[in-house]
Design a protein around this ligand. Structure first.
Ligand code: SF4
Ligand code: SF4
Length: 120
């Protein structure tokens, strides 16, 4: 019994690791992975195409500070997001893109609601 336990421990110590020392180590993601959205506010033309195409009603156009009156940009509730990428696909200026950043856990669900300024 004891010998078998020692043997198992020795075997486990010599095997390659299956876990990463996160966040110091990160897995290699493929080019097809899609996570947090990023918005380049200066090139957003406030067309609202991202809001209209979102299948999960995740995006709401909200007012932002601007020299132009009633300038609106997308506010995104990441908790509702399916990471389908449709919003980034239809964006005419490609100011809205999907990134590989998946490290956005939060204790408070209100932190998942990202205003345009939070998405930059
Ligand atoms: S990735 Fe899909 S679900 Fe998420 S905000 Fe864009 S369109 Fe909506
Ligand atoms: S992020 Fe793109 S699709 Fe959405 S309002 Fe701005 S320009 Fe239009």
């Amino acid at each position: 019994m004891i010998i078998s336990s020692i043997a198992k421990t020795a075997k486990a110590l010599t095997q390659r690791r299956f876990t990463l020392d996160f966040p110091n180590e990160r897995e290699q993601l493929s080019d097809r992975e899609r996570y947090m959205l990023r918005l380049d506010m200066p090139t957003c033309i406030s067309c609202g195409a991202c809001e209209r195409v979102c299948p999960n009603k995740t995006i709401e156009m909200v007012n932002v500070e601007s020299e132009k009156p009633n300038k609106k940009m997308p506010k995104i509730d990441i908790e509702r997001c399916m990471f389908c990428g449709l919003c980034a696909e239809v964006c005419p200026t490609k100011c809205l893109v999907m990134t590989k950043s998946y490290d956005f856990e939060a204790y408070d669900k209100r932190m998942f609601v990202k205003r345009p300024e939070d998405l930059e």
